[in-house]
Design a protein around this ligand. Sequence first.
Ligand code: NAP
Length: 316
Amino acid sequence: MRAVEIDRFGGVEELHIVEDRQQPSPAEGEVLVEVTGAGVNPIDYKIRDGSSGVAQKLTEADFPLVLGREGAGVVAELGPGVTDLEVGQRVFGMAPMGHPGGWYAQYVVQPASALAPSPEGVADEILAGSALAGITAWTAVHDLGQVRADDIVLVHGAGGGVGQFVVQLCLAAGAGVYAVASPRHRERLESYGAHYVDYTSEDFTQVTPSPTLIVDGVYFGTYEPSMDHLAPGGRIVMLPTLADLTPAKERGIEISVPAIAPDRERLCALAQQIADGALHVLISEVVPLAQVARAHEIVETGHTQGKVVLDVDLES
Ligand SMILES: NC(=O)c1ccc[n+]([C@@H]2O[C@H](COP(=O)([O-])OP(=O)(O)OC[C@H]3O[C@@H](n4cnc5c(N)ncnc54)[C@H](OP(=O)(O)O)[C@@H]3O)[C@@H](O)[C@H]2O)c1
């Protein structure tokens, strides 16, 4: 099968397309998915260059490694014991932590529990980029942030993959949301109902009330001023997993980082909200699989609008 492999950690030049990768087979509890689209996430380039915690746990046996931690497609084969999905069914999902991934390929094997049925009327292009960011946002906002209607939430990185979900989930919970992003995200964030803050021309600490909850998808440059600006008793949810939480803890601030896991019930709830039009997902770029290096370069700039998705076979 066709796949994007890396033989070793490094720059985008390490990404190469092969046509003869052996198609994986589903074991007990697993499903073979014929992939239509794969979401591109910051963790993908952090695995590619070896800097992420996930990369550090990989062994030689995992190489050549197929990247990609989420996507959409069609069930091609069921492993033994899988009774709740059907061959031919459209699905989307994300790899669990500790799983090597593999969505940048024509076929991927995933645990059945990491997949959910795709709702009618929502394109694979959207769903391919929704599982990982959606689950991250849900974990950040509900499990860790425990957002309430009386919260004032400040979101750094509001226009990006996870940020767009965080903003909308907090608004749906009734909270007031200050969405910090560069101006090209302004119209979209205001259309969701958020107060927009332009970090390129404004100091967020001067133009927003003290937040009771901060969800920070940026970390570098935002952490220190966020701690100073947080309301007494406020909480911070930091998205980058390698963030140093010590400075906040030393100040007695409740701070956490999401540890994400696929969850079919949550994936179904997110998909239903997308289908109903309650949750908007911007896919700003759909990049052919052959141009995977360009997709990584876009995401690696750190200024992605919504999500970037790889077209594996979206026309099917
Ligand atoms: N803990 C987990 O399990 C988990 C899961 C998913 C992601 N993450 C991490 O969370 C972070 C965000 O992920 P993502 O997928 O949302 O990334 P992303 O799509 O690249 O979004 C980041 C956003 O931040 C904006 N930004 C950059 N500098 C900013 C600043 N100073 N203030 C406000 N916004 C700024 C960027 O655009 P503009 O500059 O144009 O506004 C961009 O839209 C990454 O570090 C990722 O690795 C962690």
